[in-house]
Design a protein around this ligand. Structure first.
Ligand SMILES: CC(C)(COP(=O)(O)OP(=O)(O)OC[C@H]1O[C@@H](n2cnc3c(N)ncnc32)[C@H](O)[C@@H]1OP(=O)(O)O)[C@@H](O)C(=O)NCCC(=O)NCCS
Length: 327
């Protein structure tokens, strides 16, 4: 029994910060940011915006694309690390916004790999036969967790939400849908990327902090682990589905850094026209990056029936994983 993605949607905040805007805040340059990361701009929330607004809008767009009504959903899974409450989960708050009741709703915390972890949960739910129709959302506002005086991190992150509706409709009769998912973690590497949960501040709030405040990252070490982990886990997920990298029509990777994406494609012997990139427009939107990229690719006509997609992500934890989908 397979699960098909029958609708995608996404949403980003209205405020867009270009590299030129960041040159005015910290000692950096457009050329450095583009050459080291590929990022040109990022959208960030301000004090009057909430992660829930982004999640809600992305979900409504995905539902609209799917042709389903919210009331037909049987479960809501949200991948995020930036909810406003320790509890309730952002998924429960989204459930209330959607006017739904008496279905399971919960969050998954796997940072930038969260969407793939969510796919793993959705896959298991659907395979078990317990649920037929799920809403899976990836949403984060990591701009609220960076130190806006630390040039080594503040240029990297943006905010947003992406959503998919998964359904078993027509998926029992053919081999289209979610083929395999492999997720892995390495808690031993947690210090390469971390942030305390009480370090929150939007870009338009006043306040100066010590260097230890906000997201802490060992960039060069993380870069190497990300390239190795993403290429190895993508091979494992393809193996599990009986496929090889040459079968992939489109890889939709987590959009952290264009150099990481290129290095992973190279290790998998994939051409860059097999890879979807939009890191230049949004920066690293954490759990939202894969579903935002997928939504753009679908709406741009880059995904056709029976295409093989590899959705892969890596993030704090460390966590990583890949889902293989026959569209
Ligand atoms: C962060 C990253 C872009 C930095 O690129 P890098 O080439 O490794 O650069 P380094 O961190 O070694 O820094 C090189 C120099 O640039 C400087 N630098 C760092 N940020 C800068 C910025 N925004 N503007 C200008 N210079 C900057 C550093 O201070 C350092 O200067 P020094 O040599 O005088 O000490 C890169 O390591 C990376 O992308 N890592 C993975 C990050 C990631 O993907 N995180 C999320 C995973 S989900």
């Amino acid at each position: 029994m397979g699960a098909r993605i029958i609708g995608t949607g996404s949403s980003v905040p209205k405020t867009c910060l270009t590299n030129a805007d960041l040159e005015k805040r910290v000692d950096t340059s457009h050329d450095w940011i583009v050459s080291r990361t590929g990022i040109h701009q990022r959208h960030v929330v301000t004090q009057d915006e909430d992660i829930l607004d982004l999640m809600h809008e992305a979900s409504l767009r995905a539902l609209d694309a799917s042709g389903l009504r919210a009331e037909q959903l049987q479960a809501i899974v949200v991948a995020t690390v930036s909810g406003n409450y320790a509890f309730p989960s952002t998924a429960c708050l989204l459930q209330a916004r959607l006017g739904l009741d008496n279905i399971p709703a919960f969050d998954v915390n796997a940072a930038c790999a969260g969407f793939v972890y969510g796919m793993s949960v959705a896959h298991s739910y659907i395979k078990s036969g317990d649920y037929d129709r799920l809403l899976l959302v990836g949403a984060d506002t990591l701009s609220t967790m960076v130190n806006w005086e630390d040039r080594s991190t503040c240029v990297l992150f943006g905010d947003g939400a992406g959503a998919v509706v998964l359904d078993t409709q027509n998926a029992r009769s053919d081999d289209r849908g979610l083929l395999s998912t492999v997720v892995e973690s390495s808690g031993a590497l947690w210090q390469l990327l971390h942030v305390r949960s009480d370090h929150r501040q939007t870009v338009d709030q006043e306040g100066s902090h010590p260097k230890e405040w906000g997201i802490q990252m060992k960039g060069p070490e993380l870069f190497k682990v990300a390239v190795r982990a993403l290429s190895e886990v993508t091979r494992k997920a393809l193996d599990k589905a009986g496929l090889s990298p040459a079968d992939v029509s489109l890889m939709v990777p987590h959009q952290a850094n264009l150099r990481i994406i290129r290095a992973v494609a190279e290790r998998l012997h994939m051409a860059m026209d097999q890879v979807y990139c939009n890191v230049q427009d949004y920066g690293n939107t954490s759990a939202a990056s894969i579903p935002i990229a997928l939504d753009e690719a679908v709406r741009a006509g880059r995904v056709r029936p029976n295409d093989i997609l590899a959705l892969c992500g890596c993030g704090g934890g460390l966590t990583w994983g890949t889902s293989i989908v026959r569209w």
